[in-house]
Design a protein around this ligand. Structure first.
Ligand SMILES: [Zn+2]
Length: 383
């Protein structure tokens, strides 16, 4: 039997401006969610980077100027330090393939700086608060997620791993005189990737006869992961082929969200292992019982507050002068959606952002799947 052609693997992560994996983003999210507040503000700067550099430069300067006026004394000094680091990064640190940046910057006695680059756009929002605003990053992680492309054309075959809308690793082989062996090798490699549980979605791309045959030959557990089949001409450049998979994948993610929402509704109706509404979801996340936080894209319940001394949290009333429980005046205001997502990230609770759902809207726009208390815990709590 002839030797199989060798598989060639290329990693596209690790350098400045190169693609970020979902794992890397999750690590950054945890760092941001756990960042302890100080008296110095954290600037959270999300920008879409266009070819017209003047455009994002104008947005950045305009917003930094407005925000600066909201601080005075040492806080203003710290703000200026943080803003200076962002300007420096935007001037010299943005890679050519970057389409969106998220930069978190704090000056003062406990400085912090984290610039993140993505090959997909991000909403232009720049805010300054005492904790980083991570909702847009969590939304990006949920929207773009990750998937695998199996590319089969005359002469070549490839597995391309896509994380957060950009290729992170590619495995290539030739499909000439040893076509069957080459295809078999590629499928085994694909099986290994999918069986690790890291990738759950598969896109098939190539010239239609080849890719249709490849689909028919897939083992059932791989065939069940196929999201879509995309036709590509043998002459199409690989970046165009990758780009063509993104829109159908995003559409499929909307379908995933619908499934999650239906599961949430079923769990409320049958097992009681889910809660809905801002207050109950907050309690579940704060108590560490939340396993999955589901929220509508349009969910925005406004401000809430927390007592720094006794830990009391309220999400549906105006911030009082002092805490009604312990009478402390050390109260912290927060944006409820941001705080929910921040607390969820701290306890490793996954977040699902749903574009539209009448069910979820009727339930207050937010819900949580929760761990049920074991019978032993229930008894001891009841006693
Ligand atoms: Zn209190």
């Amino acid at each position: 039997m002839s030797d199989s052609p060798p598989l060639k693997s290329f990693s596209l992560t690790g350098n400045s401006g190169s693609a970020m994996t979902v794992e890397q983003l999750e690590k950054h999210l945890k760092t941001l969610a756990k960042l302890e507040e100080t008296v110095a503000p954290v600037i959270s700067c999300y920008l879409t980077v266009s070819d017209a550099a003047a455009e994002h430069h104008f947005i950045l300067e305009d917003r930094l100027c407005s925000l600066r006026s909201t601080f005075s004394g040492k806080q203003r000094q710290a703000f200026q330090q943080a803003a200076g680091k962002i300007r420096e990064f935007m001037r010299a640190g943005v890679a050519t393939q970057t389409h969106g940046v998220a930069v978190f910057s704090r000056g003062g006695d406990c400085p912090f700086f984290l610039p993140l680059q993505f090959q997909v756009p991000l909403p232009n929002t720049i805010t300054a608060d005492f904790t980083p605003k991570i909702y847009s990053l969590v939304e990006l992680r949920d929207t773009y997620d990750r998937y695998v492309i199996l590319l089969m054309k005359q002469g070549i075959g490839a597995i391309i791993m896509i994380d957060l809308g950009a290729p992170t690793e590619q495995i290539w082989t030739t499909r000439d005189e040893h076509r069957q062996q080459a295809d078999g090798q590629l499928i085994r490699q694909l099986e290994r990737l999918i069986s690790h549980g890291k990738y759950d979605h598969l896109m098939l791309v190539g010239d239609l006869p080849t890719i249709t045959n490849a689909r028919a030959a897939l083992p059932p557990h791989l065939a069940s992961k196929v999201v879509d089949v995309i036709a590509a001409c043998p002459t199409d450049p690989v970046p165009d082929v990758i780009h063509a998979t993104l829109r159908p994948f995003l559409k499929h993610r909307d379908f995933d969200s619908e499934v999650v929402t239906r599961t949430l509704v079923n769990k409320i109706a049958t097992q009681g292992s889910a809660v809905t509404g801002t207050c109950s979801s907050f309690r579940a996340v704060k108590g560490g019982r939340a396993e999955l936080l589901v929220l509508l894209e349009s969910y925005d319940p406004g401000l809430g507050w927390e007592c720094r001394d006794c830990g009391r949290i309220e999400t549906n009333v105006l911030c009082p002068e002092f805490c009604p429980k312990c009478r402390s005046t050390s109260l912290r205001l927060f944006e409820t959606r941001e705080e929910l997502v921040r607390l969820a990230t701290r306890i490793h609770c996954q977040v699902e952002v749903v574009k539209e759902s009448e069910f979820l809207w009727a339930l207050g726009g937010v819900g949580c799947m929760v761990r049920l208390l074991s019978p032993a815990n229930s008894v001891s709590r009841a006693a």
